[in-house]
Structures are given as C-alpha cells and as structure tokens.
Design a protein around this ligand. Structure first.
Ligand code: 5RP
Length: 229
C-alpha cells in the first residue's frame, strides 16, 4: 500500500466508527465509489450485522459489497438512507466538492440526495483552497456530446471526452479542464446542469457533505459544514 492509500484507509476506518455511531439494525447505508470507498466497504464487512443493508453508487461498488457478504438493495425499494459515505476528488474549506473521477457521479448524487447525512472521506491531497484543478467530470447523453462540449468552450473550459469509457447509465463523460479557480461552485453546478444533454456534473455544492474526514500522516481532521453547526 502506498502512502496515499494508507491515508485513504485511515479515513475509511474513522468513517466506520462514525457510521456505527449513527446506524441501528434497520438502517440502510449509501455507499460511494472509488479506492477510498473500497477501503470503507472492506472494513464494513466486519460489522454488517449492525445495519440492514446498503445501496451502491456503481456496479463496481455493488460487486465489492456482495463479495464482502454485505446486502445490497435497489434504491427504488428504499425511502431513506441513514448516511452516505463516499470519497472525493477535491474538497474546499466550505465543504464544496468535486466528484466523478470514477465516473459514478450521477448515481452518487442521487444516493447522496436520498441520505439524511453525507460523510465525505479523503486523504489530504484532496483538500484544496479552490476547486477546479481537477478536471470537472460531466455525464452527458452520447448524442449531445459535441454540442455540450461547444457550450463548455464558450464558458471558458477545455472539454476532453473520456474515450473508451461509458457510465453505468450508458452515457459519456466529458472532463472539463481549465475551469480553475471555480469562484462560485454552486452557480457553476447549476449553470452546467442547465445545458441540454447534460445529465449532471461532478460539483457537489447543493448536496455538499455534512462532515468531512481528512486523513494526513499524523491525524484525522474533522470538518463540519458551517450551516449545520
Ligand atoms: C467516483 C468518485 C470518487 O469518490 C473520487 O473519484 C475519489 O476517488 P478515490 O477515492 O479513488 O480517490 O467520485 O466517481
């Protein structure tokens, strides 16, 4: 395991303790996607008797949950999730986030919106002053890919099609480079989502985390969203 992975696992371990303090035997947990979420899934396997089941934000996470003996439910059969746990590509001090490096942003946003609480976990390389150095993932309907790309250019972005990749929904991903610094993540999230052909983009400003755990070599730092305190 490299140093970054050790930190991801430490954040996931802290998230296990936090999650167990929130759930009861009838609780359903939302599970994100990515290498940090994978650590969380592997650790969760040891305590699956403490909750009812999970919903997954991707086929990859679903398979990993099942392989670990954890029950996975269809989101359509669930009315509320007690908590959603996921990683991130960038997080700023206002706890606005960019996600979607793994291409699961649409399901992540849906599951996040179903959850009472969102816990985001990451190693310290993800903590940034301003969002946008990480190219912003945007899920698009395939027939609209070039049209959306042209509109992104007008907004000052350099859109790159993530070739040989299809989302779990059968759509394309455009990675919008050159948007740094994103001064108003909430406004940009809305503006891009209003382009016809866009399914959603990877800014989580509306659905920003309630709590963030950042793992650095000596500690886990907890950040709580201001309007929550
Ligand atoms: C997947 C995501 C991931 O949470 C994000 O890319 C972080 O991944 P990792 O935990 O592997 O660093 O949004 O769509």
């Amino acid at each position: 395991m490299n140093k970054q992975d050790v930190l991801k696992k430490a954040a996931a371990q802290a998230a296990i303790e936090f999650t167990l303090s929130r759930v009861c035997k009838s609780s359903i947990i939302g599970i994100g996607t990515g290498s940090t979420a994978n650590h969380f899934i592997d650790l969760l396997a040891k305590c699956h008797q403490n909750f009812l089941g999970t919903v997954a934000s991707s086929k990859i996470s679903e398979n990993r949950l099942r392989t670990n003996g954890i029950k996975v439910l269809d989101p359509n059969d669930v009315s509320e999730l007690r908590i959603y746990i996921d990683g991130a590509d960038e997080i700023n001090s206002e706890l606005k986030v960019i996600k979607g490096g793994g291409g699961a942003l649409t399901q992540e946003k849906i599951i996040c919106a179903m959850a009472k609480e969102f816990l985001c976990i990451a190693d310290d390389s993800k903590w940034v002053k301003r969002l946008g150095k990480f190219p912003l993932p945007i899920e698009v309907i395939p027939m609209a890919r070039n049209k959306v790309a042209r509109e992104l250019v007008l907004m000052g972005a350099n859109p790159i099609w993530r070739q040989k990749f299809l989302t779990d929904n059968g759509n394309d991903i455009i990675d919008a480079h050159g948007l740094w610094p994103i001064e108003n993540p909430g406004a940009l999230e809305t503006e891009i989502n209003q382009i016809s052909g866009v399914v959603t983009n990877g800014i989580f400003a509306k659905n920003s985390p309630d709590t963030v755990f950042i793992a650095s070599p000596n500690q886990i730092t907890t950040h709580i969203r201001q309007d929550k305190t």
